[in-house]
Design a protein around this ligand. Structure first.
Ligand code: NDP
Length: 255
């Protein structure tokens, strides 16, 4: 098999949580571009319609399953619906996420729980539900969207719950990779730096010094330059890679 062929996802089915906007929509487009059929998961049906249309306009087979990833029964329904519509599933991208900016002493129990519920507990639930299926079929790849915040403490905004959740995602990635490698299932994470989306107001002058000027490349990233890394981790191009956390941050964490 040639090097480029290894990136092909032709005939495979990928589920992207939080595929209704931002990075998830871009990951879905890139996975589809590599040949996969795609299932978008999220709560916002209107947003999903727009993403579905642009995928289908590009001849990508795509469906939306409305679901809240913090509800285990919803996650089971996502798996069942995917198998029903496509007959198989090969890739899970755990991308849905949330962030609360607040100094530690101001973080309420509800803030803490809301971030952990989506960023960590739901990654666990989705991984377990899909992982059980992948282990049974003897193949499958999981790509968890972590963050450079799992390695560093961002500034000037404080976000302790987010940072802790992403560090946990990175180590959960390694834990599942170790357990499921013998069953043909690979688990990796992508740790992005600042990428322009609703979650990351990279144009806000309040953040310019620390987010942009302090970074080696002195710019933020785009979803288009991040998404090929998900294709790499999802495809046979990374067949000997598991338990890795791939940092894509324009060099931010080098300082
Ligand atoms: P956005 O806020 O733009 O999008 C978040 C996505 O998550 C939406 O599609 C939303 O869908 C979905 N989502 C949130 N909660 C739930 C839920 N309970 N159930 C189902 N879906 C949910 O964020 P980004 O695109 O910027 O971030 C995507 C991922 O990348 C996150 O994990 C984030 O932490 C990570 N990341 C982002 C960085 C950045 O700079 N942008 C940097 C590093 C990591 P809906 O509203 O339809 O439910």
């Amino acid at each position: 098999m040639g090097a480029l062929e290894r990136f092909s996802l032709s005939g495979r089915v990928a589920v992207v949580t939080g595929g209704t906007r931002g990075l998830g929509a871009g990951f879905a487009a890139a996975l589809g571009d590599a040949g996969a059929s795609v299932v978008l998961v999220g709560r916002d049906e209107d947003a999903a319609e727009g993403v579905l249309k642009s995928l289908r306009d590009n001849d990508i087979r795509a469906e939306f399953v409305q679901a809240d990833v913090t509800v285990p029964a919803d996650v089971e329904r996502v798996l069942a619906t995917t198998l029903d519509r496509f007959g198989r599933v090969d890739v899970l991208v755990n991308n849905a996420g949330a962030c609360v900016h607040a100094p530690a002493l101001d973080v309420t129990p509800e803030d803490w729980r809301s971030v952990m519920d989506v960023n960590l507990d739901a990654v666990w639930t989705c991984s377990q539900v899909f992982g059980r299926h992948f282990v049974e079929q003897g193949t499958g790849t999981i790509v968890n969207i972590g963050s450079m915040s799992g390695f560093i403490v961002n500034r000037p905004q404080w976000q302790p719950a987010y940072n802790a959740s992403k560090a946990a995602v990175h180590h959960l990635t390694r834990s599942l990779a170790a357990e499921w490698a013998p069953y043909g299932v690979r688990v990796n994470a992508l740790a992005p730096g600042y990428i322009k989306t609703d979650m990351s107001p990279v144009d806000d002058p309040a953040f310019r010094q620390h987010w942009i000027e302090d970074a080696p490349m002195q710019r933020y990233g785009t979803v288009e330059e991040l998404a090929p890394a998900v294709v790499f981790l999802a495809s046979d191009a990374s067949s000997f890679v598991t338990g890795s956390v791939l940092v894509a941050d324009g060099g931010y964490t080098t300082f």
